[in-house]
Write a protein that binds this ligand. Structure first.
Ligand code: GLU
Length: 514
C-alpha cells in the first residue's frame, strides 16, 4: 500500500474517534462503527476518542448521551479521551467548542474560501419550490457568492443575520482515497456551497468535523458509509485550511437478515420474528456483551474463516483495517443467539452469577444482595448453565427456589401424578418420600439419588414417574433442573415443607368427585 507523505502507516499508533450525535439511542450499526475504531486503536496501541457532535440542537434527544455511553461501556469499549474523562485535546463536546469553529469559519471567509450568505429561510424555500416546479435538482443558487465588499458592508451595518457557506470550486473534480472503497472522485459541479456556520452561532457538521479531526490529531476516520457523500466537501475544507486529511475508511452497510434492506434503526417484526435494533434492547434481552463483541467483530470483517468463537484479545491482535470488506454485510441474528449460548456455557459459574444477578433481581423480585450472598444461586447455576441461551432464560429455571414454600402454588395438582400412576399411589409416594427425607444422611445428591431409586424399586414403580410428584411439589413445574441437586439447594427443612404442601394439594384434588 503506498503511503502519502506525512500520513501515518497502518501499524503506527492510531488516533481514532467515535463521534455520535446525541439525537437518538445507539443502534447496532453505531456500535459496530465504535467497535471497529476501538479495535483499531487497541491493535495499534493508539487512542480511542469519544467526541459528542451536538451542533444540531433541534434534534437533541434528552437521555441519548447517557444511552450511548452506557451502551459502549456495556460492550467494554472504554474511551481514552472523551467528555467525561477529559484529555489533552478537549473539550470533547462540540457545543463547548463553538468559539473555535467561529474563528475558523471567519478565517475561511477572510481567505476567500467561504462567504457570508444572507438569504432568508423564506427565500430558500421559494427557491426550492421554483426548482421543484422546473424539475431542477435542489441546491443553493449561490446568490450571495459574489456580493461586493460594499454589499457585505451594507448587510453588516443593517445587522442582517447571515450564515457562512463554503465556496466550492466551480469546475474541476475532488478526489479522496477511501481505505476501504479505493479512490473516489466527484465533479465539483455536483457539490453544493454547503453551510459551514449557522446564524445560531453553531457550526454545521461539515466544519466541526474537519476542525476537530484536525485539532484532535485524528489519524483515521472510520465511520458509517452514509458520510461518503460528505467527504469531498471535507476534502475541499482540508485543502482550504492547508491541512492533510486523515485516512478515511467508510464501513460497509449493515443489511437486515433478509439481506435486502439496510438494517433498521428501530426494532421490527419480519414474518412473526422480532429483530432488535438498539443496543440496550439486546442488553435487555439477555445477550452477553462478550458474545455481542464476538458477533459484531465479524460483521464487515472476518476474524478467521474457520473459527467462529474468539476472545477480545485475539480480535485485537488480528484486527486489520486493510481486511474490512467493502461489500454490505448482512446481520445473522440467529448466530448471535448461538454465540451467546456458547459463551454462557463456557464461562465460569462465578462469572455467570455476576452477569445474571441484575437480570434476576428484576425478574423474580429478589434483591441483588440476597441473590449474591445467600448461596442458592451458587448451587443453581451449575444446574441451569447448560439449559440457557440468553441471560433472560434463567428466571424460569430458578424462580421456584426463591419462593416461600407457602407462596408456591399448584394450580394443576394433577400434574403431580407420574406417568401410568394414579393419585393414591402418588400420595403414598410423597408420604414415603417425606419420611425418607427426614432421615437421609448425608443430605447430598448422591445419597438422595441412591435412596430414591431403592424406594422406587421397593414400590415397583419406574424411577421417572416415581420422581414426578416430588419434582412438581418442589418446584410447581413438570420441567425443572435436576431434582436431587435442587433438593440440596433448598435444604432438608424447605424440601419437607414443600412436600407437605404438595401432598395436601394432591389429597384435596383426589378427594374431589370425579
Ligand atoms: N456525528 C456523526 C454521526 O452521528 C458522525 C459522523 C462522523 O463520524 O464523521 O453519525
Amino acid at each position: 500500500m503506498s503511503q502519502r507523505l506525512g500520513t501515518p502507516n497502518d501499524h503506527a499508533p492510531a488516533r481514532v474517534r467515535f463521534a455520535p450525535s446525541p439525537t437518538g439511542y445507539l443502534h447496532l450499526g453505531g456500535l459496530r462503527t465504535a467497535l471497529f475504531n476501538w479495535l483499531y486503536a487497541r491493535h495499534t496501541g493508539g487512542q480511542f476518542i469519544l467526541r459528542i457532535e451536538d451542533t444540531d440542537q433541534n434534534r437533541f434527544v434528552e437521555d441519548s448521551l447517557d444511552n450511548i455511553m452506557s451502551s459502549l461501556r456495556w460492550l467494554g469499549l472504554h474511551w481514552d479521551e472523551g467528555p467525561d474523562v477529559g484529555g489533552p485535546y478537549g473539550p470533547y463536546t462540540q457545543s463547548e467548542r463553538k468559539e473555535l469553529y467561529h474563528q475558523y469559519a471567519e478565517q475561511l471567509v477572510d481567505e476567500g474560501y467561504a462567504y457570508r450568505c444572507y438569504c432568508t429561510g423564506e427565500r430558500l424555500a421559494e427557491m426550492r419550490e421554483e426548482q421543484k416546479k422546473n424539475k431542477q435538482s435542489f441546491g443553493y443558487d449561490r446568490r450571495c457568492r459574489d456580493l461586493s465588499d460594499a454589499e457585505h458592508a451594507k448587510m453588516k451595518a443593517e445587522g442582517v443575520p447571515s450564515v457562512i457557506r463554503l465556496k466550492v470550486p466551480l469546475d474541476g473534480a475532488t478526489t479522496f482515497d477511501d481505505k476501504i472503497r479505493g479512490p473516489i472522485t466527484i465533479e465539483n459541479s455536483q457539490l453544493q456551497d454547503a453551510v459551514l456556520f449557522k446564524s445560531d452561532n453553531m457550526p454545521t457538521y461539515h466544519l466541526a468535523v474537519v476542525v476537530d479531526d484536525h485539532l484532535m490529531e485524528i489519524t483515521h476516520i472510520m465511520r458509517s458509509d452514509e458520510w461518503v457523500s460528505s467527504t469531498p466537501l471535507h476534502k475541499i475544507l482540508y485543502d482550504a485550511f492547508g491541512w492533510a486529511m486523515p485516512i478515511v475508511a467508510h464501513l460497509p452497510v449493515i443489511l437486515d437478515p433478509s439481506g435486502k434492506g439496510k438494517m433498521s434503526k428501530r426494532k421490527k417484526v419480519v414474518a412473526g420474528k422480532e429483530y432488535l435494533a438498539l443496543v440496550h434492547e439486546f442488553q435487555d434481552a439477555g445477550f452477553v456483551p462478550s458474545a455481542m463483541f464476538n458477533f459484531l467483530t465479524n460483521v464487515g470483517w472476518n476474524f478467521d474463516a474457520e473459527r467462529e468463537i474468539f476472545s477480545q484479545e485475539e480480535a485485537i491482535e488480528r484486527f486489520d483495517i486493510n481486511e474490512i470488506n467493502s461489500g454490505p454485510a448482512a446481520l445473522p441474528y440467529d448466530k448471535l443467539t448461538w454465540i451467546t449460548g456458547m459463551y454462557i456455557r463456557d464461562m465460569s459459574p462465578e462469572q455467570l452469577k455476576l452477569l445474571l444477578v441484575p437480570y434476576l433481581s428484576q425478574q423474580i423480585d429478589v434483591d441483588e444482595e440476597t441473590l449474591l450472598n445467600n448461596g442458592k444461586l451458587d448451587g443453581l447455576i451449575p444446574l441451569i448453565q447448560e439449559r440457557m441461551t440468553t441471560l433472560t432464560d434463567a428466571d424460569q429455571l430458578v424462580d421456584w427456589a426463591y419462593l416461600d414454600a407457602d407462596a408456591l402454588s399448584y394450580p394443576e395438582p394433577g400434574k403431580m401424578i407420574g406417568k401410568k400412576l394414579d393419585a393414591p399411589t402418588c400420595i403414598e409416594i410423597l408420604k414415603q418420600g417425606g419420611e425418607m427425607l427426614s432421615e437421609i444422611e448425608p443430605f447430598d445428591a448422591d445419597t438422595l439419588q441412591a435412596t430414591f431409586r431403592q424406594e422406587a424399586e421397593k414400590m415397583s414403580v419406574k424411577v421417572g414417574p416415581f420422581l414426578t410428584p416430588f419434582r412438581v411439589a418442589l418446584t410447581g413445574k413438570t420441567v425443572a433442573p435436576p431434582l436431587f441437586e435442587s433438593m440440596v439447594v433448598l435444604g432438608r427443612e424447605e424440601v419437607l415443607k414443600r412436600i407437605q404442601n404438595g401432598l395436601q394439594a394432591l389429597e384435596a384434588y383426589a378427594a374431589q368427585p370425579a
